[in-house]
Design a binder for this molecule. Structure first.
Ligand code: SAH
Ligand code: SF4
Length: 350
């Protein structure tokens, strides 16, 4: 019989699963503490539990995390991971150190059905939802390997997949992750799934929201983000105006700059107009090019990128212009996996 995995479960769930095996209730809490807060990956290391209990737990349960299939270091200090899952599917994640903090970019699905035209994950096509254990597992492995305590870790759901199309498992994963990481240091990024945004807004320990805007009007957004047909831009903006924000909090708008498509100063002004009245900050990201998966799309000249950022600032917005971290190891959404698939296909062709 397959052992039950305790990763991806809340301390309460772990407590009730373990309870029948322990003689005293505090033992169950100890086990939950070891797993959730101390990120233990074996029962053997739970040194304040009786040896016999550790053996029994080991017989009944597993602490299974996704396997690291590849790790690539980038010149800028970030590390890109390719995780192999139990069914052979794979996802990528990135660990980015900055100012003594570590930001971990996590995947929520093995592909993406949303199909944005500038995104390698979209080009790879639909995948399956990750289980909470697979989401939490990415965090555990990278946090263990890359160092700091949970209090210095930020999590962003900006890897592969659309997190708000995997709400059940994302919700479970957030329940676990917010045990040790403040929801203020967790960001969920979405292409604009309206029911998902409402769902997130209604959650008790609510993470921060980032929205991939990418175009200032319905026609162009629909062109690169087909989901805009289903959830039109005006409705998205109306929903965001209703999103509950605590004092001082803002919604992040990601804007991928594509040469000669959405990168003009007029476009920047249109973005500023669209965001009026919403506490926001804009993250402008020059397109991470990929001639194989995204033929014909280029990033703008750096002067164009600067002018775009300046126009947004002149309109009173807070803006960061950043290249995606780890460009030299293909860190944009889905690109590492894209390269692996390509390599596998090439091998298969020979
Ligand atoms: N599905 C979610 C989260 C994953 S995508 C979403 O779309 O928000 C995370 C971010 O990567 C998005 O803001 C997306 O616009 C950006 N992105 C995708 N492809 C990119 C590329 N080729 N270059 C730069 N950013 C890209
Ligand atoms: Fe999916 Fe986000 Fe990529 Fe769009 S940008 S295809 S929603 S992962």
């Amino acid at each position: 019989m397959a052992q039950l995995n305790l990763i991806g479960r809340t301390p309460e769930e772990i407590g009730s699963l373990v309870a029948p095996l322990v003689d005293r209730p505090f033992r169950a809490r100890q086990v939950a503490h070891w797993i959730t807060l101390r990120r233990a990956c074996t029962f053997a290391e739970m040194s304040d539990l009786p040896k016999e209990l550790r053996r029994v737990l080991d017989q009944h349960f597993s602490l299974a995390e996704p396997e690291v299939a590849a790790r690539t270091a980038s010149r800028d200090g970030s590390h890109k991971y390719l995780f192999r899952l139990d069914d052979g599917a794979s996802v990528e994640a990135v660990a980015m150190p900055e100012d003594g903090k570590l930001t971990l970019c996590l995947s929520s699905q093995t592909g993406c059905a949303v199909g944005c035209t500038f995104c390698v994950t979209g080009a790879l096509g639909a995948g399956r939802n990750l289980a909470a254990a697979e989401i939490v597992g990415q965090y555990r492995v990278m946090a263990r390997e890359r160092g700091p305590g949970a209090e210095r870790i930020n999590l962003v759901f900006m890897g592969m997949g659309e997190p708000l199309l995997n709400r059940v498992e994302l919700g479970r994963a957030l329940d676990v992750l917010t045990q040790c990481i403040s929801p203020r240091r967790i960001t969920v990024s979405t292409a604009g799934i309206l029911p998902g945004i409402r769902w997130l807004g209604a959650r008790p320990r609510r993470p921060k929201l980032a929205v991939s805007l990418n175009a200032p009007d319905q026609v162009r957004r629909e062109h690169i983000m087909p989901i805009t047909k289903r959830y039109p831009l005006v409705e998205l903006m109306a929903e965001l105006r209703r999103f509950p924000l605590e004092r001082g909090r803002r919604i992040t708008f990601e804007y991928v700059l594509i040469r000669d498509f959405n990168d003009s100063v007029e476009d920047a002004r249109a973005v500023a107009h669209l965001l009026r009245g919403i506490p926001s900050k804009v993250n402008a990201i020059p397109l991470n090019e990929d001639p194989v998966w995204l033929p014909g799309l280029s990033e703008p000249e750096s002067a164009t990128v600067e002018a775009f950022g300046r126009a947004l600032r002149d309109a009173g917005l807070t803006v960061t212009v950043r290249r995606s971290k780890g460009r030299d190891v293909a860190a944009a959404c889905g690109q590492l996996k894209g390269q692996h698939q390509l390599a596998e296909r090439k091998t298969a062709d020979h």
